[in-house]
Design a protein around this ligand. Structure first.
Ligand code: DGY
Length: 383
């Protein structure tokens, strides 16, 4: 199994599944045991290299659960296939670390874990937004350094986010949940940029605006921006929720940062490379009232030079999905993806995955990204 430490669960299982990190909870292990799988789990906290994962796959491995920190491409899918592999699941909703074309070439279904990260990640975006607006990082560092000498009218004066303009880039599940939280909590007016209109979000916020009117209050509004530039010019606070692909890499660059208000807030809980981090460091240095909250970084775990020294930046280590409920739910979904395929089940076809989180799960794999390409049958009734 290579140089890293591994432990085995259900050693008598007839199929072998490798899991490249310890996952929280027990239910995911029960799901794999019920599918008659022996589970080899890497207990090391180090990021595994392609070579180390290949060694772990070895000559016999029916399934694998991997992490966003690993490069699941041609080499690993070829190795998995050669070892008799039939299923892979990312322990994540994002899958920019997975080469789906390579998986398809080797006939390996790829799962992900949507639906359990939505509110959790949106709440982290809200947390970073207010940490920026109210200068929480700076104030805490000041206090811990013993510099607090008493209340002052001018101490760490921040920005009131109330009925201001909120820009949401990428209005999928998480972006829309963040928008709703900011509108319902703080009566923000939303502009969103997305390739597709989000009618459900527009209708929801439209109805909420009507409700506010019925209470004699000014309604909050929601509109789709024509361009990302329009959004950046207008918004007081921008939160990024796009996927990472070639069209979104460095979406926020020097030119676009220059369009933003000097005292705007920029939050990123999506993927680091969506922002040109070196350009961001330069922008923050030149605009001390511009504030940034980051959960993700361009070259994780490395940070671009100068980032940590900036007082106007709040940084946390890719923990937006880190609540117990979410991380256990992700484990359940990842295990159900692998177990479902190994059991020959069809792919689930509905956005609501909550039935998998309860006792009597559907006989399906909850989220298979390449089900269509691989001609995997689709679940069509709840038994
Ligand atoms: C994801 O799921 O894509 C996160 O980035 C890791 O939780």
């Amino acid at each position: 199994m290579g140089s890293k430490e591994w432990r085995v669960v259900n050693p008598s299982g007839s199929k072998r599944v490798i899991v490249t990190k310890e996952l929280p909870g027990e239910r995911w292990l029960e799901i794999l045991a019920e599918a008659d799988c022996k589970v080899d789990i890497c207990t090391s906290k180090d990021v595994l290299s392609i070579e180390e994962i290949k060694v772990a796959i070895g000559t016999r491995c029916e399934g694998a659960i991997g992490q966003v920190t690993e490069d699941w491409g041609e080499q690993l899918f070829a190795a998995l296939k050669a070892a008799g592999g039939k299923a892979y699941s990312n322990y994540a909703v994002g899958f920019d670390n997975v080469n789906i074309d390579a998986a398809c070439r080797h006939g390996i279904p790829v799962g992900n874990t949507p639906g359990v990260l939505t509110e959790t990640t949106a709440q982290m975006a809200v947390t970073l937004t207010f940490a920026c607006a109210r200068r929480v990082g700076e104030a805490e560092r000041f206090l811990r350094a013993g510099q607090y000498k008493g209340w002052l009218p001018t101490l760490f004066v921040g920005k009131l986010l109330w009925r201001k303009t909120l820009g949401v880039i990428g209005a999928g599940r998480i972006g829309a949940a963040y928008a709703r939280m900011m509108v319902e909590g703080h009566k923000m007016n939303v502009i969103y940029y997305d390739l597709y209109p989000n009618k459900a979000l527009e209708d929801y916020l439209g109805a909420y605006g009507e409700f506010l009117k019925s209470q004699g209050q000014q309604p909050a509004t929601c509109q789709r921006a024509e361009t990302v530039e329009d959004l950046l010019r207008e918004a007081d606070c921008v939160s990024v929720h796009t996927i990472l692909d070639e069209s979104t890499r460095h979406l926020i660059n020097t030119e676009r940062l220059a369009l933003m208000k000097d005292n705007a807030i920029l939050v990123n809980t999506s993927r680091g490379p969506v922002i040109d981090e070196a350009a961001l460091v330069a922008h923050c240095k030149a605009h001390p009232n511009f504030r940034v909250g980051l959960d993700v970084f361009e070259d994780e775990p490395e940070l671009k030079p100068g980032l940590v020294e900036l007082e106007n930046v709040v940084i946390v280590p890719h923990i937006a999905s880190a609540t117990i409920w979410t991380r256990q739910g992700m484990a359940t979904l990842a295990a159900s993806n692998v177990a479902g395929i190994l059991m020959g089940y069809p792919a689930w076809n509905q956005p609501d995955i909550t039935p998998f989180l309860e006792g009597n799960s559907p006989k399906a794999a909850p989220s298979i990204l390449n089900a269509k390409e691989l001609d995997i049958s689709i679940f069509n009734s709840y038994k």
